[in-house]
Design a protein around this ligand. Sequence first.
Ligand code: GDP
Length: 358
Amino acid sequence: MNELVRRCIAGDNRAAARLITLLESQDRDAYAALYRLKDQAGRAQVIGITGPPGVGKSTLVDKLITQFRGRGLKVGVLAVDPSSPFSGGAILGDRLRMQSHATDTGVFIRSLATRGSLGGISKATHAAIRVLDAAGYDTVLVETVGVGQSEIDIVRVADTVVLVSVPGLGDDIQVIKAGIMEIGDIFVVNKADRDGADRVVRELRAMLAMQVQLRQGQAPLSGPDTLAARDPDFMHHAGLEPGLSTGEAQESSVPPVLKTIAETGAGVPELADAIVFHFERLKKTGALEYKRLESIRYQLSQFVFDEITHLLSLSELSKVRDDLAQKVFSRKLDVYSAGMALFHSIPEQGATHEHPQT
Ligand code: GDP
């Protein structure tokens, strides 16, 4: 494993691929090896590309690879489909679209198939991002299928989230619901060669402007809702100027809405510019540190949640749960007391778990 990690840090694509395969299969040694990658972490810009199936994400990613390669950047692509256990093959088929980059050693393309739990896939995705980051990829594109909660979980860890939509999705804008809108940093209306693209752009811009207005109304730029007030240590750790408010550290302007025709590549250079600009701005304002710290917090919570879900699936704990369920059913216990009893029986189980690096 040490040798694999060393080769990975040296930029060996095959070692990176092997490590990602091990992480995908939830290999505990591989997870332990992530510890040795930590000094190399945090250099890549992680870009989440999400949107409903068929909007042209893969085509767009293919064109973005060309753009970033043209700018001398190494590009990693992780394609994730958490929604279907049967999609591994299909998504690999989709990647054929990106075959033109197959011989380019500065490009790494990989599908992450669903193995078991959803928690597993998001954990493996985060781990794979770290591997590509350590292997010297400047840009890591994470493409997810769909716009459900699981996709949000995955793209929430990205520095820059690109939400892709198209004209004629029926209820158009309704597809991008408020929760999804919240996580988008850049909005793309692809298939702009089709009728109605301008209308979707207008609607998106109006909704985003309204959202920013609402947010500014709710959260004043100064006062009690400052970053420093919420988390005094953060300002220090993030190296931010004291007095910089949340509003300034995060972004306060309306996210850009861009039109693209992925098939021809029209609008893609502008999209690449917007992606780079967003990252530069995050770095300049100090919002990158804030975003990444938030993302780590989120991942930690997610990690614990996944571990508990895993423990509940093990026989000892599921037996405790089944016994408690029986007691609730026969009215010896109420569901809340039973839930607490189950919760309190978790730590002893958790203690038997190995975590070599802690
Ligand atoms: P994904 O499922 O979001 O990854 O979408 P794909 O990239 O697989 O694209 C779905 C279909 O839309 C394919 O047949 C593409 O050729 C087509 N497509 C992608 N971009 C455009 C575009 O800008 N205009 C048109 N008309 N078709 C496009």
